[in-house]
Design a protein around this ligand. Structure first.
Ligand SMILES: O=P(O)(O)OC[C@H]1O[C@](O)(CO)[C@@H](O)[C@@H]1O
Length: 549
């Protein structure tokens, strides 16, 4: 937050001063107010957000509302939707929401409606996806494509990979594989099980310069050429990029190139042509349902009053935990196995967006910014790191996600167990277990008193550990679209409150530059004299290990 930003500063001070009144014992808070769940939960159709297990009061929420107004959140939100160039360090608009607008919508950028181009690309993607799925766009030897391999990284990988897995019950197209890492093991192990004749590569890169993607694309091209000859390449490659000139020089047939625009940030791009592998996997209709779900969330975000607005409330609570309570991290735990890549996807969305140290105006921030985001699906996480969530010395707010219904009615018992576990974890985090309760439980089991005295302290759970729960009916394409758009908007809300630009990513540049300089050093064609002693020592050791091997 800029220090000069007086209204925001006084809103934050008021929030901090209010801390004495926030509940310290959540069990008591629930006992004292039977309406607590009703007060601190809200629904939008078949999606519910419950934040009643967080230590907030009606006053806290009112102060957060004031803070949002002091930060001019509604104006900033409207500015984004209307094509203002809010990504000020790159001079770009932020219009990924236009990608899911409906027929009849108009979105002006510099006075020109972008929707014509958006629809044209979507239609071209659908035609291509249908042709691949039906066999009308076969490989060079005429065989139907059975496998697609998306080669991309970051936003050109994580979103489509996450969504493809999430939509597994709707996946009736070719198998989809994702290669991102420049580690040759990734492409090697992926190609091992595939046939060149029936494999289609999608080279996905906004800039078409990303070294990992270009290196993997070259390897894929050689693999196809070796098996089927140079002329086969055109039937086995497609590309997605904003840099159409660079794609052309790679040699991909123009009718297999799908463009998007600089107003779509990489980590916000799965709605664009970057979603092509999702569309080929689940079909154009399901992909359009996914877009429609996101559009529905956009409308909710645009129109619902701030404290009835799911992304806004999630953002306010996220800000409260990070800035007012000082919690350094948040865990995202989907009790939905098909969302197992959601935490990885959210790591980029959230941390690349809000991991910043200067405000929009280039001043040093005066509050913490984005938290460390991490997670794994439940119930697996319970048997790994939940120990720390329950009894560790740091408080880490948890976000639980769960569907009321699974896709396998015959496995209803599994789903009931899954939900029972999800609810049990948030209840346990909130309630905890006192020393007295631990002792009583052990004594009831007949344990000797000395043993109870010795072990009981280890069985104490402090409780009062905050969590929010997002509960939805079923993870279908429409709901997935709503959830992902919800997270995008939540990141936006937090970014506005932090006073930062959530849409650039300068923090990834330095490492890329140094890697370019270090390549010849690692290859041994330049020496490491110009590097620091640690780096030079590591390079020397790599060379020694290689020589010894
Ligand atoms: O799509 P591209 O241009 O290959 O970039 C991939 C990723 O690299 C980044 O620029 C960061 O390294 C991300 O923001 C982006 O999603």
């Amino acid at each position: 937050m800029a220090v000069t930003d007086a209204p925001l500063h006084s809103a934050l001070t008021a929030l901090r001063d209010d801390q004495a009144d926030t509940p310290k014992n959540m069990r008591e808070a629930f006992k004292a107010d039977p309406q607590r769940f009703a007060k601190f939960s809200l629904t939008d159709g078949d999606l519910l957000l419950d934040w009643s297990k967080c230590a907030v009061t009606a006053d806290t929420m009112a102060l957060l509302d004031k803070l949002a107004h002091a930060a001019r959140l509604p104006e900033r939100r409207d500015g984004m939707f209307s094509g203002k160039k809010i990504n000020v360090t790159e001079g770009r608009a932020v219009l990924h929401t236009a990608l899911r607008d409906g027929p009849g919508d108009t979105v002006l950028l510099d006075g020109k409606d972008v929707m014509g181009d958006v629809r044209a690309v979507l239609d071209a993607m659908a035609a291509f996806a249908d042709a691949v799925r039906s066999g009308a766009a076969p490989g060079a030897t005429g065989k139907k494509i059975t496998d697609i391999v998306n080669i991309g990284i970051g936003g050109s990988d994580l979103g489509p990979a996450m969504a493809t897995l999430a939509l597994a019950p709707y996946h009736d197209g070719p198998r989809a594989h994702y290669v991102s890492n420049v580690d040759g093991a990734h492409i090697h192990d992926t190609l091992k099980g595939l046939e060149p004749e029936t494999t289609l590569f999608i080279i996905a890169s906004k800039t078409f310069t990303t070294i990992e993607t270009m290196t993997n694309a070259e390897t894929a091209r050689k693999w196809v050429e070796k098996a089927l000859g140079k002329e086969a390449v055109s039937k086995h490659f497609a590309a997605v990029s904003t840099a159409l000139d660079k794609v052309a020089s790679f040699g991909i047939a123009p009718e297999r190139v799908f463009g998007f625009w600089d107003w779509v940030g990489g980590r916000y791009s799965l709605w664009s042509a970057i979603g092509l592998p999702i569309m080929i996997a689940v079909g154009p209709k399901n992909f359009r349902d996914f877009l429609a779900g996101a559009h529905e969330m956009d409308q909710h975000f645009k129109t619902a009053p701030l404290l009835k607005n799911i992304p806004v409330v999630m953002g306010l609570i996220g800000y409260f935990h990070r800035v007012v309570c000082g919690y350094p991290a948040r865990a995202v735990i989907p009790y939905d196995q098909r969302l197992s890549r959601l935490p990885a996807y959210l790591q980029q969305l959230d941390m690349e967006s809000n991991g910043k140290q200067v405000t929009v105006n280039g001043l040093r921030v005066t509050t913490p910014t984005g938290p460390l985001v991490w997670g794994e699906p439940g119930t697996n996480g319970q048997h790994a790191f939940f120990q720390l969530l329950h009894q560790g010395t740091d408080i880490i707010p948890v976000e639980f996600l769960a569907a009321a219904e699974g896709h396998e009615p015959e496995l209803r018992h599994h789903h009931d167990l899954l939900l029972a576990n999800c609810l049990a974890q948030s209840e346990a985090l909130m309630k905890g277990r006192t020393l007295e309760e631990a002792r009583r439980q052990m004594l009831t089991k007949g344990m000797p008193v000395e043993e109870v005295d010795r072990v009981a302290p280890h069985r104490v759970f402090p409780g009062n550990r905050p969590s929010v729960t997002l509960l939805y009916r079923k993870l279908d394409p429409h709901m997935l679209g709503r959830l992902i758009a919800l997270y995008e908007h939540r990141v936006f809300v937090e970014g506005v409150l932090y006073g930062i630009n959530s849409f650039d990513q300068w923090g990834v540049e330095l490492g890329k530059e140094l890697a370019t300089g270090l390549l010849p050093v690692v290859e041994g064609t330049e020496d490491a004299a110009r590097n620091d002693a640690s780096t030079a020592g590591l390079v020397r050791h790599i060379h020694q290990l290689r020589a010894a091997g």
